[in-house]
Design a protein around this ligand. Structure first.
Ligand code: HQG
Length: 182
């Protein structure tokens, strides 16, 4: 399967496993796991032709390691980015580095200055360890800009941080005082 097709399947899996499992009648447990065979059967009913090999190739080759497969290879989940209320993934808390980064689009800046970073429909605000990642994330929504977050200070003041399996940092809310332009 070529890169373009892998990316298409990755987008479809992100949609189902993070946001709308019910769109293909798939049950996810609270940790986000869905049965791979049932996912393939549900997808087929909606005209998405997948098989185990394709699904596992997407998991393996995914640039951001967005998905993981259970040890028995029966289940798949997205490791972060959820909005579905069905899932309540229990990440373990972790001390963050002094600074983390968040890429956004310039058109959101005014609102971010007022409210800080909010998680919107997702379960967390997403932060990255390096500024370069932030830039590509921001590009999805317009002219990108990278914000520098004083994660170390936040942690000292009792804010909780989590890290997903793929290295993405998560927190509930970043108040304006901890945000500066990179
Ligand atoms: C912005 C990608 C106005 C926020 C990435 C972002 C990530 C505000 C947008 C993951 C705001 C939400 C998540 C406020 C935040 N006012 N706008 N107060 N607070 N925003 O897609 O973080 O490739 O839900 O800056 O790498 O962009 O999909 O979140 O621009 O890890 O695997 O509201 O998605 O990963 O957008 O991206 P999103 P995000 P994947």
């Amino acid at each position: 399967m070529n890169k373009e097709n892998l990316s298409k399947v990755s987008k479809f899996l992100s949609y189902v496993l993070r946001h709308e499992p019910e769109s293909i009648g798939l049950h996810l447990d609270s940790e986000g796991w869905g049965n791979i065979d049932l996912l393939i059967a549900g997808a087929a009913k909606k005209g998405h032709v997948l098989d185990r090999e394709i699904v596992l190739a997407v998991v393996r080759c995914n640039d951001k390691k967005r998905f993981s497969v259970s040890d028995d290879r029966q289940y798949i989940r997205a490791v972060q980015g959820h909005s579905t209320r069905v899932v309540n993934l229990q990440y373990s808390e972790k001390k963050p580095p002094e600074f983390l980064y968040h890429g956004t689009a310039t058109r959101f800046l005014e609102s971010i200055k007022q409210q800080g970073l909010t998680h919107g429909s997702r379960h967390h605000v997403h932060l990255s360890q390096d500024a370069a990642t932030g830039l590509t994330v921001g590009q999805r929504y317009g002219k990108p800009i990278v914000l520098k977050i004083e994660a170390g200070q936040m942690y000292l003041q009792g804010f909780k941080f989590f890290q997903a399996e793929n290295g993405v940092w998560l927190t509930d809310h970043v108040p304006t005082i901890f945000i500066s332009l990179k």
